[in-house]
Write a protein that binds this ligand. Structure first.
Ligand code: CUA
Length: 156
């Protein structure tokens, strides 16, 4: 009788532990699904078009003389589609995705930034030479991945 009660307590303990374990696994899976790479959600990917500064993508000059390009990525392109920036000035590229993980990779530079839905990603670059620079997506994002590109025109 005594032994039976002892086993029953352990059985209850086992069930409670199992439920706790499953809920912890479930909760972490849920969080991973909604905040990729474990980062904090900074923007609602469904509301990118309504959320500043992404409601108005393009080139901005900051008060300190540097520039910022606000850019959104989605399957399978970038907005703005083409942007003009000045040579010899520090440009901060600020990007987010409206759907899946893309990248913002400027060919022949060291700019290779992941663009993650729910996150706002930044990368600084100064173009020394004027010219046309190709931007491509280096993260596989679906059937149109290989065609996902845009251009940056660097002017004097
Ligand atoms: Cu976007 Cu690959």
């Amino acid at each position: 009788m005594h032994l039976h009660k002892y086993e029953k307590n352990w059985l209850i303990f086992g069930i409670v532990a199992l439920i706790l374990f499953l809920s912890v696994v479930g909760v972490s899976a849920f969080h991973q699904g909604h905040t990729p790479s474990g980062g904090h959600m900074k923007i609602d990917p469904e509301k990118v078009n309504e959320t500043a500064p992404f409601d108005n993508p393009g080139l901005y000059q900051r008060e300190d003389g540097t520039y910022e390009v606000i850019m959104t990525a989605k399957a399978f392109g970038y907005d703005p589609g083409k942007v003009q920036v000045p040579a010899g000035k520090e440009i901060t590229f600020t990007a987010t995705s409206e759907d899946v993980v893309h990248s913002f990779s400027i060919v022949k530079t060291n700019v290779n930034m992941m663009v993650v839905p729910g996150e706002i990603n930044h990368k600084k670059h100064t173009f020394d030479e004027p010219g046309t620079y190709l931007v491509v997506c280096n993260e596989y994002c679906g059937s149109g991945h290989h065609f996902m590109s845009t251009e940056i025109e660097v002017i004097e």
